[in-house]
Design a protein around this ligand. Sequence first.
Ligand code: ATP
Length: 360
Amino acid sequence: MALLEIRDVVKRFGDFTAVNHVSLAVEAGEFFTLLGPSGCGKTTLLRMLAGFEQPDSGEIVLDGVNVAGVPPEKRPVHTVFQNYALFPHMTVAQNIAFPLKMANVSPEDIKTRVAEVLDDVRLTQFATRFPNELSGGQRQRVAIARALVNRPRLLLLDEPLSALDAKLREEMQIELINLQKEVGITFVYVTHDQGEALALSHRIAVMNKGEVAQLDAPETIYSYPKSRFVADFIGQCNLLDATIKSIGNDRMQVEIAGVGIAETLPVAGAQVGQSGCLTLRPEKIKLGASLPSDDADEVHFKGKVHDCLYLGDVTIYIVELDNGMLVETMLPNSAPGRAKFFDDNDLVELAWRFDAGHFI
Ligand code: ATP
């Protein structure tokens, strides 16, 4: 049985529905992320898990127990907030001991458990420091230690890294991944940052307008977004208008009007004549002056370079197909001193494998 089950949960504020019939399950030990744009309902869902909000309907089941009506402090759950909310006048050890004191745990037990948790988060030698004597990463670990000291089954993290600059955020992401592995506690993490969600999570629920738009592993969400919303929200994605021409067992053919036929993966429920688009990530597309065409799994199209964007590690090439459609591609600048392979108006060839993207 899953550690956490959210069953058909609805939450309204007046006549606005913030969370609309959400069902999902989180396994023990998972790093699970709720990802979506501002206002999609992810924080509201997290607050219902914590017990700060009550669902209007549906159930939240933790470890087999329906937690409806259980107040936040009685749930086997703890929340780490964005600003960590550490007490500035208390040492690291006192901050961590605080929830145990509130729960009237005996002084000896407090001592033992604080020492255990300090060891878990590798902060033993910082026990007597005050928060302002710590780095951002260390403060995060104190906040997590304080959240772990009551031995919650579930740790909820609400955008804990959003206030940090990009470099520190990356360091903290690595810290979080390692910490979650070491302590083995189930994390439910809220973020609007798709890169962060892809880097940290075992699985991601992408939310839009109070609903789960897609729930999958990061690689699946990235490579095979199920909707235009998910494709657009997560990274750069080409969406090429296409119409289904034929459907076989392991492939289907789609026509990109004015360009040609492309093979792609078959999708359940697809019908000949149906219009939609082919999703293709820029880095899945090969680009060259001319490309070998000996691979039956690839499709090839001609184009003309429309724009080049040098980004240091890679250069983005926007290529115009015969029908005027623009396709974003990229090449790594792996050769020393090399900034560009092509210039505007160069004639080029594009190729991609039939399973590089899919039809939505
Ligand atoms: P953000 O990343 O901006 O925090 P979010 O996805 O976490 O966004 P929520 O905070 O869950 O979004 O809010 C979802 C919607 O519900 C928003 O439109 C918000 O204005 C609304 N909302 C949240 N809490 C309340 C409340 N207490 N009263 C009225 N409306 C609310």
